[in-house]
Design a protein around this ligand. Sequence first.
Ligand code: GDD
Ligand code: MN
Length: 369
Amino acid sequence: MPTSDHIIELSVIVPTYNEHPNVIPMIESLDAALGEHRWEVIFVDDDSPDGTASQIREIAKRDPRVRVLQRVGRRGLSSAAIEGILASSAPFCAVIDGDLQHDEKLLATMLKTIKEEDLDVVSGSRYVEGGGLGDWQESRAKISKLATRLSRAVLHADLTDPMSGFFMIRRSTFEKRMRNLSGIGFKILLDIFASSKEPLRYRELPYEFRSRQAGESKLDSQAAWEYFMLLLDKLIGHIVPVRFVAFTLVGGVGVIVHMLTVWLMLNYTDSEFTIAQTTATLIAMTSNYAMNNILTYRDMRLTGWGWIKGWISFTLACSVGALGNIGIATYIFEQDTTWVWASLSGIIVGAVWNYAVTSVYTWKKPKAA
Ligand code: GDD
Ligand code: MN
């Protein structure tokens, strides 16, 4: 029988993507910070090409405090944090970046505070007295502050740093909210707060954001789009799936691409209309596919052969969608409706069809948290 000495009190969840050089320093610094506590670390790695997961697995063979959850064909910091917490049974879970930019020395204080003050969440903040942004560039600091301001639209708390990815949460608190989480993008703390109707008992502790010593940041321009999707999901996700909104926006851009191609071909080549229309349809379908793959389905983006197969199924699905669109529009038009309504009905039917079919056949959706 295990004794109470073996029972884990704190699981530290570390999402990783290409953090090979940081793994050993990360475990060593957790050991230094939490040595006498009953803790474990669960790395959630999205099948990093640099072999982060197998490296951790090697260490886990010798150190029972170390575990790895390897996800294949998936991406996303938030969903990684959620699934890491779900893989743990400890009464308290912390989430911390795997690149040593968060201050792991704060973990012991976080644990003490959450227990003693009976809180739901304790988070690290760069904006309370004693905290700091480290060597962040002016531009990134500005973007972060703007994002913080926007978060007020969905947040039910007066957090100074809802963008923080460094926090500790009580398991019972997490379990009560986990079914409402969006799991989109980078901002899991914001997601948790925005998913709680009744206010959470929380405290922010200051920490100084460190500079990255090894590896690269994964935060790129698409992170802004994902952030926008997270906010939108929190605002209207209960009415319409936010992926459908993204899919429709991409479709709107596709119409512009289509028109532009036809116009260019008619004006600058001697193609006939049918040829121009056919070429434009193919180009618009392909650009819609590529945009959806990057924006709507970033968390399960297709690459290599998968990209080609996805393109084929997308094009087939949309061709059937187009037939449905024309059929419905013609039928409605023949019922003495104005062409605008007839046409719009066709577009809506086509869009819903395209979305539904491609979400099943092109991007096979593993049901997230
Ligand atoms: N599993 C998984 N999947 N992990 C990921 C992914 C992913 O798709 N993308 C990033 N990570 C991991 C990284 O390996 C790293 O351990 C951590 O998540 C943070 O990623 P960075 O790319 O280093 O993020 P950052 O330093 O630019 O941004 C951080 O800034 C915020 C402050 O506003 C985020 O990490 C937030 O956690 C932090 O609060
Ligand atoms: Mn980082």
